[in-house]
Design a protein around this ligand. Sequence first.
Ligand SMILES: Cc1cc2nc3c(=O)[nH]c(=O)nc-3n(C[C@H](O)[C@H](O)[C@H](O)COP(=O)(O)OP(=O)(O)OC[C@H]3O[C@@H](n4cnc5c(N)ncnc54)[C@H](O)[C@@H]3O)c2cc1C
Length: 447
Amino acid sequence: MYDPLISAGPGHAAAWPDSYWADTAGAAPADDGPVSCDMSVDVAIIGGGYTGLSAAYHLVKEQGVEAVVLEANGTGWGCSGRNGGFALKAGGRLSWQKMVRRFGSDQAQQMFGEIYNGLERVRGLIRDEGIDCDQQPDGHLWVAHRPRMMAAAREEQRFLQTQFGYATQLLSADELAQQHFISDEACGALRYSDGFGVHPLKLAWGYHRLARAAGARIHTASPVQSWRKEGGYHLLETPGGVVRAKTVICATNGYTAPGLTPLLKNRTFPVLSNVIVTRPLTEQELAATGFQSSDVIADTRTLRFYYRKLPDNRILIGGRSAITGRDAANPKHNNNLLQALKRKFSALQDLTFDYQWGGWVSLSFDEMPHIHQSEDGSVLYAMGYGGSGVTFAVQAGARLAEKVAGRTAGHGLPILSSALPKFPLAPFRRLGQQALYHYYYARDERR
Ligand SMILES: Cc1cc2nc3c(=O)[nH]c(=O)nc-3n(C[C@H](O)[C@H](O)[C@H](O)COP(=O)(O)OP(=O)(O)OC[C@H]3O[C@@H](n4cnc5c(N)ncnc54)[C@H](O)[C@@H]3O)c2cc1C
């Protein structure tokens, strides 16, 4: 598997991974084909995931600026076509409580608003533009995997109410069983009334269609293999021609190769997350688990498992995976996910899975997403969403478009206008990751 800490780039015209999403998304939308000659553009966007497609759409539609997307493979080939499809009020890994401690109440309140706008922007685009992406009813469960975690859920509920005036529902184990599912492991849950499941690749292709309909060009199979600046222009070399751009948006996120731009050197940490999708549950299994909920679900582990029942009664479950791309195909990672599911639902001992895949989530050192514009204004990026980019990437794309157009009123928040911090001791990131996995595992599984 492509390893963004080691490989030269994410490939060239590679097929989408063999995922449940790719299998059920239908035909890929029409695009502008590979770059086939040298060209000059106002804004070149490297990367055709949610960030790049949203930036292209908002640039053309709202800012009247020419935008061209350069995607190494097909749109949604990276995280945007591989994720769990949890559209949440979230951005990055920083907890709301940490955010208040770090930035104070007022700024945290504004960031809460910005992140909420991300969720509402996605909801609005799906609704107003009629994106067909199997949107599920709202509901997001945070399930206590140990009795002691109910105290954490209670505290989170109190905190969200007093700090942000945001109401949640605390469910006992019995209420969870009656209203959602019967799980051997669940001790209760905190339920957020917003957040919903989607088909992530259909959603990415929905943005693709919107961006092209608005007038953006999307060149697939067009990896940027080198990038230099000459006479005030950026020259992006692709196999089919050189793209000369006044402004470049780097929307490569967890798939950013080390040599792409010095602006990002040692500022992102790609971490693998794996997903399996089971065969459809039988009527008996549905009855035994009482699984009636279409909510998106995560447990309270730091190394959390995220799961949801899909519209065709399969279960998708994801979680941490290998440390390196080389170890990604090791079957133990997917078996861990299956075993975790069986621990949660003892009635599913015969369950098998039909699909498996993984993708690179981009972590930032301070656990927050960052949107940044270089001093001369001609290079921008947005990334570091952790496992929570389905909504914030789209918000970031709109903010990137505003920055390109010089409309930066209201961009003062750290998540909207600051560079990703460098990782200290960057060459040892993976050693640290391994040590943290052991530590978190021991802490998570403690009774
Ligand atoms: C397994 C998994 C599950 C996840 N689940 C969720 C979830 O349920 N909810 C949630 O909110 N978030 C989730 N995430 C994270 C979320 O998917 C991402 O944050 C989001 O999709 C990032 O979008 P993006 O456009 O920034 O990056 P990506 O979608 O990764 O797009 C980057 C693109 O850049 C292209 N690229 C890279 N280098 C070059 C180059 N040199 N030239 C041209 N193109 C290039 C790549 O091919 C890729 O298509 C998950 C991630 C993974 C991996």
